[in-house]
Design a protein around this ligand. Structure first.
Ligand code: NDP
Ligand code: 8X3
Length: 253
């Protein structure tokens, strides 16, 4: 049994990753902002999989809240084997000149600074135990810049840079660092990106089969089950109908 810390478990990848690790007998620390949903996920995991779950409700943009939540974990729960930095979002799909500064701030504060706060709070426990695995959920948007992606791409390129930096600097501490970069996946992601516009969000997935949250959960689990001397550094996972950030093969409907 391992202790797995996953951010952003109230929907999408995070929830599916939590289910996968619970189903394989691990204990979990799950996080998110939506208190009610987080509580529901906790009860569901405990009931369905009979595993121990700690739920921490906070905003990853709030540095103090991140540090306090992790510092206040009971000592047994600080033995974190795997950290999955998953919480994140895209907001807006505009040209660089028209994109709102608030959207940029929200993405950089969440995807970059939030990931940093969480990682820097947890890494000392891993260093102390000379063991650990950090998995950062990046994106194809962190590998290629595409039209209307500016702020989101900037945030995910930063995740890519941080992932590489962690891998280099944590080398003496025996900590594995993996970057996982999905293409289009059907979660609440597009609804958030289009600020609640359901029609625009649904249109993103028309004419092809997108990735599902479970596909990513399987891959995250896979990278954590390799032998101690093997680290999968970097993975790009796309729907079969997607070749890059912008090239899709969509059926005309
Ligand atoms: P969802 O919107 O379904 O899930 C996002 C999760 O992040 C939610 O649990 C949300 O919880 C949490 N979250 C967002 N902002 C914050 C915050 N400020 N503080 C704490 N938690 C937060 O989207 P996905 O599951 O698709 O996204 C997960 C990750 O995968 C993101 O980093 C995203 O960029 C990345 N990704 C997504 C792709 C896709 O096409 N879906 C493709 C490539 C990467 P709550 O709202 O309760 O706080
Ligand atoms: C989400 C995938 O293609 O919208 O990270 O950038 S994409």
């Amino acid at each position: 049994m391992k202790t797995i810390f996953i951010t952003g478990c109230t929907s999408g990848f995070g929830k599916a990753i939590a289910e996968k690790f619970a189903g394989t007998g691990n204990r979990l620390i799950i996080t998110g902002r939506r208190q009610e949903r987080l509580a529901e996920v906790k009860v569901q995991l405990e009931t369905d999989y009979k595993v121990e779950v700690t739920a921490l409700c906070f905003d990853v943009r709030d540095r103090q809240a991140c540090l306090e939540a992790i510092d206040n974990l009971p000592s047994g729960w600080k033995n974190i084997d795997v950290l999955v930095n998953n919480a994140g979002l895209a907001v807006g799909r505009d040209t660089y000149d028209t994109a709102s500064l608030d959207d940029w701030d929200l993405m950089l504060d969440t995807n970059v600074k939030g990931l940093n706060y969480i990682s820097k709070a947890i890494i000392p426990f891993m260093i102390e135990r000379h063991s650990g695995h950090i998995i950062n959920i990046g994106s194809i948007a962190g590998k290629e810049v595409y039209q209307y992606g500016n702020g989101y791409c900037a945030s995910k390129f930063a995740v890519e840079a941080i992932t590489q930096a962690m891998r280099i600097d944590l080398l003496p501490h025996n900590i594995k660092v993996t970057g996982i970069h999905p293409g289009a996946a059907e979660t609440e992601f597009s609804l958030v990106r289009f600020k609640g516009d359901e029609e625009k969000a649904a249109a993103m997935y028309k004419g092809f089969t997108p990735l599902q949250a479970n596909d990513i959960a399987e891959v995250v689990y896979y990278v954590t089950t390799q032998p101690a001397h093997v680290c999968i550094n970097d993975l790009v996972i796309m729907p079969t109908a997607q070749a890059s950030g912008i090239y899709f093969h969509k059926k005309v409907q």
